[in-house]
Design a protein around this ligand. Structure first.
Ligand SMILES: O=C(O)c1ccc[n+]([C@@H]2O[C@H](COP(=O)([O-])O)[C@@H](O)[C@H]2O)c1
Ligand SMILES: Cc1cc2nc[nH]c2cc1C
Length: 344
């Protein structure tokens, strides 16, 4: 799969515009870096964000049946129903902050039938158990990525400039841990966490099972991203990777949520390293492996609220900050226009 994603170019004119606003130089801190990034992505001195779309990709994991989560697998489809009914945290935050929500069945182990508000992109009814065999075939992985790319391109064609990524899938912190271990070289133990809330015994069991999965797959350190995704990924993760690559290729800004979304980004970054230039790291997840991911991607999260929910909640909560960054560039007076004296 080929994606053309150039690194964003330096933009001294925009930096000058930011520096010319009526504030001590650098005093808007991380918002200034974000404003510059948005302008670089859009190659514009006056960036416009418009309506952001939040895509929540859902999928099931065969390994969930081996006891790697505090919750049973059926919570995945039950939460998808909750999304469709408007009652989940992400529905609340998306409504509150004006993001348009789309739920995508990438591979939930449940037959939803034809449903208003649910995109049927199902590759299969959940993945294989990666403790025993590859989670999916390379063909299915490719199909998931291709479908994700098509979804992102559809949004670009309709004028969307910002895509936020969210996910739902019981067991997917285990998949994300294996992806992070393989794609960053971080020791597996530092990538595995409690997910939805395992106790100490549950965490020890998850560690042991994931060590078994990593040993079974025995991937070379430089294994291609598609192979890594096929071994350990979920359909929702592979679909996000494809969507991210296509979104960046089309010059969109990508709002990155927590641990699982960032694992999809790691795979995307292995394919097209410049994708990081297009990404806003919305929050620091409480899942410990997120630290290794952020280090590998040089991500500087906007929020640090101890969230570990997923669904895109961190992205939805950070969206007003992203809008604020673009707004100050467009709306703040400059020293010259306001007649305010500049630094001595
Ligand atoms: O986004 C995160 O950082 C995050 C951290 C921990 C858990 N989650 C959510 O919890 C689910 C996965 O947890 P688990 O324990 O079933 O692997 C999945 O639906 C994720 O959306 C999400
Ligand atoms: C209830 C519940 C909601 C979620 N949302 C994302 N992951 C989740 C996991 C559980 C268990």
């Amino acid at each position: 799969m080929q994606f053309s994603i150039p690194p964003t170019a330096p933009f001294p004119a925009l930096q000058a515009r930011i520096d010319g606003k009526t504030k001590p130089a650098g005093s808007l801190g991380q918002l200034e870096r974000l404003a510059l990034q948005i302008g670089q992505v859009q190659r514009s001195l006056a960036p416009t964000l418009g309506q952001a779309h939040l895509l929540v990709f859902a999928g099931d994991h065969g390994a969930a049946r081996a006891g790697i989560s505090a919750y049973p697998q059926e919570v995945t489809w039950q939460m998808v129903e909750n999304f469709l009914a408007g009652g989940a945290a992400i529905n609340v935050f998306a409504r509150q902050n004006g993001l348009q929500l789309q739920v995508i069945d990438a591979g939930v182990a449940h037959d939803f039938g034809v449903r208003a508000g649910l995109v049927d992109a199902k590759i299969a009814f959940g993945t294989n158990n990666f403790i025993e065999q590859a989670a999916m075939s390379d063909d299915d992985c490719q199909a998931a990525m291709t479908r994700g790319a098509a979804i992102a391109r559809q949004h670009a064609d309709r004028g969307c400039r910002v895509i936020a990524f969210g996910e739902m899938g019981i067991g997917n912190t285990a998949a994300a841990a294996l992806l992070t271990h393989q794609l960053t070289g971080t020791p597996l133990a530092d990538c595995v966490g409690r997910g939805t809330g395992l106790d100490n015994a549950g965490l020890a069991r998850k560690q042991a099972l994931l060590a078994q999965a990593a040993g079974r797959a025995a991937l070379a350190p430089d294994a291609p991203a598609l192979r890594v995704l096929a071994e350990f990924g979920g359909f929702e993760i592979a679909m996000m990777s494809g969507a991210m690559l296509a979104a960046a290729e089309r010059g969109m800004l990508l709002l990155i949520d927590g641990f699982i979304v960032t694992s999809a980004l790691l795979a995307a970054a292995a394919i097209a390293p410049a994708i990081g230039d297009y990404c806003v790291f919305c929050h620091r997840s409480a899942e410990p492996g997120h630290q290794a991911q952020l280090r590998a991607l040089h991500g500087e999260p906007l929020l640090d609220l101890g969230l570990r929910l997923g669904e895109g909640t961190g992205a939805a909560l950070a969206w007003p900050l992203v809008r604020a960054a673009a707004a100050f560039v467009n709306e703040m007076a400059s020293f010259a226009s306001a007649g305010v004296s500049e630094q001595r």
